[in-house]
Ligand binder design. Structure first.
Ligand SMILES: *Cc1c(COP(=O)(O)O)cnc(C)c1O
Length: 390
């Protein structure tokens, strides 16, 4: 496949925070003839992935799989549970929460959008206060992005749940786990989340193209009274067909072969080991960034993301110039700064199918880029990270 006229030896380092590197085992599993999605063999696969995906969300309740990017699953959460004019609570933690807000706004929901500084997560105290003030229970849902991929800030869902429980308010809880599922611990059922939104291409080891709604029985009750128009995203025909392992329209068959293998890989390693691995690589990355003398965008250490680190470049320097220098010279892609933080930050993805030496290569690429683009920094961050890993 010709992607550029520059012939480059060795492999590309794809260190954006999603899509992530797809492991060979998953690539091989997808390299298989597409089968009849209404035929008997398909049902085995369908039932198997629909059942086992629950392990990844830590739930015993249904998980719906859409052939769509994560954005579709955002919309699905809204249109299946809410009605025209409903009030919801959302938080401006960064670019992705703002995009989710834009969808809710297009459906003419009344949104209390709590402003944020793009350096902190959702404050459980504000959730509690907002729900306490809402004496008539007009707020129908609280929407939170678990891991804000534009800033590298992880909101504390367990604490947000406790804050909601303290108020006895009946609002639904929606959580976007597109860049945390399969890399940061997440408990759909224990945290009583009503709709969890997920995607295939970040921690789940797959290419883009699948997205998920893990749902609760309370969400199904909300579905019954919701009047927003829904067709492609409608849960009902999905749940009905899924009972026998089928889908109402053509599923992304080959991605489901890949999903089956990705679940094998995550469960063979053990989810808790997967999370511990991500924690360790995130800490090593922060050690390197700190010893380079650069600033991490996330302000609160209890909200540091284990799947990516967003790094501020010093004033007067352009993060995208650094990214271009690294791509042109060392064949590594890093995440760009999005919207409000464009040019100010670059993002190092350290999630998915990733190991010590891939991390070492990634950090080496960043340090070489800093050197080459003459951004002031202190040498030796990599060595500090390697010492931590040994
Ligand atoms: C990537 C991402 C999205 C958007 O998903 P798409 O698959 O690009 O539609 C939404 N939320 C978060 C937190 C993400 O990281």
């Amino acid at each position: 496949m010709a992607i550029s006229n520059n012939i480059r030896a060795g492999r590309h380092f794809l260190q954006i925070p999603g899509p992530t590197n797809v492991p060979d085992r998953v690539l091989r599993a997808m390299d298989y003839p597409t089968m009849d999605h209404r035929g008997p063999d398909f049902a085995d696969l369908g039932l198997r992935v629909l059942d086992r995906i629950k392990l990844i969300f830590k739930t015993s309740e249904p998980v719906i799989i859409f052939p769509a990017s994560g954005t579709g699953a955002w919309e699905a959460a809204i249109v299946n549970t809410l009605s025209a004019g409903d009030k919801i609570l959302m938080f401006e933690t960064g670019h992705f929460s703002t995009l989710w807000y834009d969808i809710a706004d297009k459906f003419k929901l009344k949104i209390d959008f709590v402003k944020g500084d793009w350096r902190t997560g959702v404050d459980p105290n504000i959730v509690e206060q907002k729900l306490k003030e809402d004496k008539d229970n007009t707020i129908k849902a609280v929407c939170v992005v678990h891991n804000e991929t534009s800033t590298g800030v992880t909101s504390r869902i367990g604490e947000i749940r406790k804050a909601m429980d303290n108020t006895n308010h009946p609002a639904l809880l929606f959580v976007d786990t597109i860049s945390s599922l399969g890399s940061i611990d997440y408990k759909h059922e224990e945290w009583k989340v009503d709709v969890t939104v997920g995607g295939s291409q970040k921690g789940l080891l797959l290419p883009p193209g699948l997205s998920f709604n893990a749902i609760s029985s309370k969400a199904i009750e909300a579905y019954k009274v919701s009047d927003l128009p829904k067709s492609y995203w409608d849960w009902e025909p999905m749940l009905e067909n899924n009972k026998k392992g089928y889908f109402p329209y053509t599923p992304a068959t080959n991605l489901l072969y890949g999903l089956d293998e990705a679940i094998n890989m995550l469960t063979e390693e053990g989810l808790e080991n997967v999370f511990a691995r991500h924690k360790r690589f995130a800490e090593a990355t922060r050690i390197a960034v700190n010893s380079w003398g650069l600033e991490i965008l996330c302000k609160n250490p209890s909200e540091y993301s284990d799947s990516l680190t967003a790094v501020l470049v010093p004033d007067g320097h352009d993060a995208d110039f650094l990214r271009k220098t690294i791509l042109d010279n060392y064949n590594m892609s890093l995440g760009t700064g999005l919207a409000k933080v464009a040019g100010k930050v670059f993002r190092i993805g350290h999630l998915g199918d990733f190991n010590e030496l891939m991390l070492a290569g990634t950090l080496a690429g960043v340090e070489m880029g800093l050197m080459k683009s003459k951004i002031p920094y202190q040498k030796g961050g990599i060595l500090k990270a390697l010492e931590y890993l040994c």
